[in-house]
Design a protein around this ligand. Structure first.
Ligand code: FVH
Length: 295
């Protein structure tokens, strides 16, 4: 234990509990603090040290990990404790926007801390498993010094010294996830509850995996300006064909009593683009959504 950095976890919701457990299991001396103290009881029984105050929690460790609901909570916790941040490495794994991460990073650095912002790409039960990864941005020197300790939680991926980059990539990945989950939910509603489990395992997951694999354009396509990352191959999947297929999904959904808002959101602007004669250029759903957002 002696050569392992000491770690503090502030925030013991579902995710903070998983993070603290991972450090305890990996043999790090672990200090914990939570606004509702009882949430620390189990961790303390397993060897964690309970800090009485946030100040004590920050003071206790080399690495100070925050994982709370939002940046308003981060501000409430850190602002009154500016005097103990000097020489600490603050790792903020709270979900937020890039501007919030930059602002917190600048403020923490001004107090003499090193700052890493993070985006956790995992749910709590995935912490410590090979599937989990965490995006980091901010102080490269802090990241390199503590990379081994960060690896206890998940595969650490450093995305840049701009503290906002982890949040930016996190939000982008989550938007991909929510779009996929919404589409998957629609798909299972369409086949019906009796078939949903078998359909998901044997058909939906393999299909989504196959489609994920075609998202990246080949280097030749990219060089020719033929296809952006995230588009479907334009020659193979022209927009008017997609609009006809989408209309069928909408009609079948209506007949099955499944809500169609998710799909009409795509079909209406898609038809507008086809009517405007832009179909040869804008041949993918992502571009359609982008156009709608910009208009
Ligand atoms: N759980 C998940 O699936 C996701 C996975 C990806 C990353 N997120 C982000 O992690 C942050 C924490 O999420 P969580 O799952 O731990 O959330 P909760 O279980 O709801 O716990 C929230 C903790 O925040 C504390 N808290 C809230 N407001 C304040 C405040 N004003 N001052 C101090 N602490 C505050 C709360 O304390 P308490 O209610 O127990 O007293 C919990 O410790 C989050 O950014 C996710 O987006 C999780």
């Amino acid at each position: 234990m002696a050569d392992k950095p000491t770690v503090t976890i502030i925030g013991l919701g579902s995710m903070g509990q998983a993070l603290a457990s991972a450090y305890l299991e990996a043999g790090h001396r672990t200090t914990v603090w939570n606004r509702t103290p009882a949430k620390a009881d189990d961790l303390v029984a397993r060897g964690a040290t309970r800090a009485a105050t946030v100040s004590d929690a920050v003071w206790a460790s080399d690495l100070v990990v925050l994982c709370v609901l939002d940046y308003a909570a981060v501000d409430e916790l850190l602002a009154p404790n500016a005097d103990v941040l000097k020489d600490r490495v603050v790792v903020n794994l709270t979900n937020g926007r890039p501007d919030q991460a930059r602002r917190t990073g600048e403020w923490a650095t001004a107090q003499g801390a090193e700052y890493l912002d993070g985006g956790i790409m995992a749910i709590p039960s995935m912490i410590g498993t090979p599937e989990a990864f965490i995006l980091y941005s901010g102080s490269r020197t802090a990241f390199e010094r503590y990379e081994a300790a960060l690896r206890v939680l998940a595969e650490p991926k450093f995305v840049g010294t701009d503290a906002g980059l982890a949040a930016l990539n996190d939000l982008a990945l989550l938007s991909g996830m929510y779009g996929t989950l919404a589409g998957a939910r629609h798909a299972t509603a369409l086949v019906g509850p009796e078939r949903a489990a078998e359909f998901t395992t044997s058909l939906l997951i393999p299909w989504l995996q196959a489609m994920a694999n075609i998202l990246a354009p080949s280097s030749a396509e990219r060089e020719a300006g033929d296809r952006e990352a995230g588009d479907l191959p334009s020659e193979e999947s022209p927009l008017d064909m997609q609009a006809a297929g989408l209309a069928n999904i909408i009609e079948a959904s209506r007949s099955a009593g499944v809500g169609v808002d998710l799909l009409t959101h795509l079909l209406t602007p898609m038809r507008d683009i086809i009517a405007a004669g832009e179909g040869d250029v804008l041949t993918d759903l992502v571009e359609v959504i982008g156009k709608e957002i910009r208009s």
